[in-house]
Design a protein around this ligand. Structure first.
Ligand SMILES: [Zn+2]
Length: 261
């Protein structure tokens, strides 16, 4: 299998947006009125599983092209925390660029960690998450996408709305649009460039920002780049706090490289 690492670089991302614009696609949000309207469109969706910093970079590129996308936020992510100050600010800046925020809902968290079995009860938890993000960021959330839908066993939840939000996995969207996803950092089914060549009338494209980087890397290297960046910024925060409060940073610069963090 060819993995096309060269596809997942920022210059190619720009090329993809350019092609879609040239082919007359409108970048629309998750709104059934437009989805059903006969417009030639692309639902440009980002499930932010790992990196809000990478999401911001894509938001910047999209802004250069005058494009709006929908960023689905995962509040149980083990890779970023949207409620911590730096990340909070990054999401605010994405919102300020005119992009839309959706809820990336981790149904599996509620069945596995919270041991809930009743689907209605889990749907109420999605409403709580939606309202948390709405209140915290002073926004409206109208769309939801399921995190890891296969593993969470939610592929059967195909109703138009879930927890009062447009369901990105609804039957309507599934039937109307050609779908393409970059899950796991490669093209498991269709290569996006081939999908665009085919000039379908309606597209639903899912990307995960962590996979799109400045230069060619394997998916593992892209994840490592993201987690190393986070680790460095956390350590820097610790050092900065000590420096600002004129406290001694004992052991700084004398790290034992064998110490396992
Ligand atoms: Zn996800």
């Amino acid at each position: 299998m060819k993995y096309y690492f060269e596809d997942f670089i920022e210059t190619n991302y720009k090329g993809i947006l350019e092609k879609l614009i040239q082919q007359g696609y409108q970048f629309i949000g998750f709104d059934y009125e437009i989805i059903n309207s006969g417009t030639k469109f692309v639902l440009w969706r980002h499930d932010v599983d790992h990196s809000l910093n990478r999401a911001y970079r894509l938001a910047e590129i999209e802004e250069e092209f005058g494009i709006k996308a929908t960023y689905f936020i995962h509040i149980q992510s083990g890779f970023y925390n949207v409620f911590e100050p730096d990340q909070y600010e990054i999401l605010c800046r994405i919102i300020d660029k005119g992009h839309t925020v959706g809820l990336h809902f981790d149904h599996g968290f509620y069945t596995k960690s919270r041991h809930l079995i009743n689907n209605d009860e889990i749907e109420k938890c999605a409403i709580i998450e939606k309202e948390m993000l709405e209140k915290y960021f002073n926004i409206k959330i109208n769309a939801v996408s399921f995190h890891n839908p296969e593993a969470s066993n939610v592929l059967n939840l195909k109703q138009g709305y879930y927890a009062g939000m447009v369901n990105a996995y609804s039957k309507i969207i599934g039937d109307k649009c050609k779908y393409c996803s970059d899950s796991n950092g490669y093209w498991r089914y269709d290569r996006l460039l081939d999908v665009i060549e085919n000039d379908y009338d309606r597209l639903h494209i899912l990307t995960h920002p962590v996979w799109w980087v400045p230069y060619e890397m394997s998916p593992y290297e892209r994840i490592k780049r993201c987690t190393d960046g986070r680790r460095n910024s956390v350590i820097k925060r610790y050092c900065d706090i000590l420096e600002q409060s004129a406290r001694e940073n004992i052991g700084y610069g004398q790290e034992n490289s064998e110490v396992q963090y």
